[in-house]
Design a protein around this ligand. Structure first.
Ligand SMILES: Cc1cc2nc3c(=O)[nH]c(=O)nc-3n(C[C@H](O)[C@H](O)[C@H](O)COP(=O)(O)OP(=O)(O)OC[C@H]3O[C@@H](n4cnc5c(N)ncnc54)[C@H](O)[C@@H]3O)c2cc1C
Length: 502
């Protein structure tokens, strides 16, 4: 499998094999390990968890995966993410690619408005009215521009986390109008009897660059991506990407090995890892660390430059929490909802209705709540054992069926901000301008001696699988191109230095 673009393969001629230790068996680590082996190097992977995939986490509600599953980490792949789509093809998963239905894609789903919950189809007049109140009273604009702006604002409201949307609301609304006034949005109006709404999917497909001049381009790009119709999922679970990659590795993937210290030396890196009660320090010729910086900053580090240490400590991460419920049946179908998601608001924020793919007698999974950033922090403040009850009580306002005896069979909570091996869901560059974001990325990805870095946080597509793959391939090419050690420092490249019981 050849995942590296041609231009990055400059140094792909046969060279002396290097011994590379990859830390982390998420997408970035597994992609890099695979690519390094393909380039002729010897690789071992150290992973702290017992499972593989990192932030690709597919939860099966029944044994052997025969029943419903819930995606507790990544769940959708934008069609424009070519590296991810290519990897899916090359891993033999193309026949499992299905359309992912997103927020507001179903007319029967719900959207929270200041006047209460409304069905998507009937929400336009309320959203337009609310939008009008938020812009200067003397601001004049066409009715269709208002309709489009109101739906875009509703999407921003559904996707952006609290602090961000509050600070930006007024500016954002005026900026939206300015951007939209230059576009004829009439072709994207959809009418159902007396109701009309904007088909945001088609609008974005035709105007992908409409936010290119905005200072909030990064943010708009993500809103556009998340509300696009060109999104995919993997039937059977997105973690298959990681599992298939791991199956193809020749070198070992050591699970349950938590790295606690990284010390850059002139001829390699000293890696301190804990395995059960034992702590071992090993000299490694080359190390590629794919652990999120939110976790790396808790490690013992030495030999790094001051600016590298600063970016590790300062990089901003946002939490995200998902609460998925195993239901006796897909009750939402009787309510007319065939899929997609509702913006429920409150503590719940987003609710998704995944399709029932396995035996329906085994029930259906509902992604009851998906929160990010400060909204996730708010939810995480509720004691873990009460979180599910809080969310289900709120959600009953639109789905009273949840109160039926025997409807809820099980629930699972994944709070990424509380996960000690993640300490956040993803790095955030939304509020940064393009140059600042790129400077931060370049510094994050910059190697230190023979210590290399990858992971979504080192990429141009942070918070996406695409970014993890991009960074893994780039780092593998950098390790490959790096001059070999002048002096052989160890027999096998992973020389044991010291050890002891913790
Ligand atoms: C809730 C949520 C929703 C998302 N939705 C999407 C989506 O829809 N589409 C999309 O494309 N992307 C999505 N993402 C982002 C995507 O999941 C990530 O960008 C990607 O999986 C990151 O991969 P990575 O290899 O960089 O990091 P990780 O997957 O975090 O891999 C790092 C690995 O390092 C391990 N590790 C940590 N500490 C140590 C240590 N001390 N020693 C050894 N190992 C360690 C971890 O266990 C982990 O396996 C989402 C993420 C979250 C959390």
């Amino acid at each position: 499998m050849d995942l590296l673009p041609e231009e990055c393969r400059t140094a792909a001629r046969a060279v002396q094999p290097k011994h590379v230790t990859v830390i982390g068996a998420g997408v970035a680590g597994l992609t890099a390990a695979h690519e390094l082996e393909r380039l002729g190097h010897r690789v071992r992977v150290l992973e702290a968890r017992l499972g593989l995939g990192g932030r690709l986490r597919t939860h099966a509600f029944t044994p052997h995966g025969s029943g419903p599953i819930a995606e507790l980490g990544a769940m959708r792949i934008p069609a424009a993410h070519h590296r991810t789509m290519r990897m899916i093809d090359q891993l033999g998963l193309a026949d499992r690619v299905r359309q992912f239905r997103t927020l507001f894609s179903d007319n029967a789903a719900y959207v929270e408005t200041p006047a209460g919950h409304a069905r998507v189809l009937a929400a336009s007049p309320i959203l337009v009215e609310e939008f009008r109140k938020a812009i200067p009273p003397d601001r004049d604009c066409r009715a269709e521009t208002l309709l489009c702006a109101a739906w875009l604002a509703a999407s921003v409201n559904a996707i952006a986390p609290a602090k961000f949307r509050c600070t930006l609301e007024a500016d954002l609304n005026v900026e939206l109008l300015d951007l939209l006034e230059r576009i004829d949005v009439r072709p994207f109006i959809v009418r159902h009897g007396a109701d009309e709404r904007i088909d945001l999917n088609r609008f974005f497909a035709n105007h992908r660059d409409f936010a290119a001049t905005s200072r909030l381009q990064h943010f708009f790009d993500d809103v556009i991506t998340e509300t696009s119709s060109a999104l995919f999922r993997l039937e059977g679970g997105i973690d298959q990407i990681a599992l298939r990659l791991a199956e193809r590795l020749r070198g070992p993937v050591h699970r349950g090995r938590r790295v606690e210290g990284l010390h850059v030396t002139p001829d390699g890196v000293l890696v301190r890892q804990r395995h059960g009660l034992t702590t071992v320090t090993t000299h490694c010729d080359y190390v590629l660390c794919t652990v999120p910086f939110s976790v790396v900053r808790g490690m013992e580090l030495s030999g790094l430059t001051a600016d590298k240490t600063a970016v590790i400590h300062d990089m901003q991460y946002w939490p995200a929490t998902k609460i998925a419920v195993h239901c006796r049946e897909a009750f939402w179908e009787q309510d007319g909802i065939t899929g997609g998601g509702s913006f429920t608001g409150g503590l719940v924020r987003q609710t998704y209705y995944p399709p029932v793919e396995n035996d329906p007698r085994l029930g259906a999974a509902l992604l009851a709540s998906y929160t990010i950033g400060p909204d996730a922090e708010l939810l995480d403040r509720i004691p873990a054992r009460e979180r599910v009850a809080t969310v289900l009580t709120e959600l009953r306002a639109i789905h009273p069926e949840l109160a039926r005896p025997g409807m809820v069979l099980d629930a699972v909570v994944q709070a990424w901000g509380e996960d000690p091996l993640s300490r956040g869901a993803a790095s955030v560059r939304w509020s940064k301008d393009v140059d600042t974001a790129e400077a931060e990325r370049a510094l994050a990805a910059a190697p230190q001696g023979r210590l290399f870095f990858a992971g979504e946080h080192c990429s141009t597509a942070p918070a996406w699988i695409e970014g993890a793959i991009e960074s893994g391939l780039t780092a593998a090419a950098a390790v490959h191109a790096c001059a070999p050690p002048a002096i052989a420092v160890s027999v096998n490249g992973f020389q044991h230095v010291s050890g002891g019981a913790a």
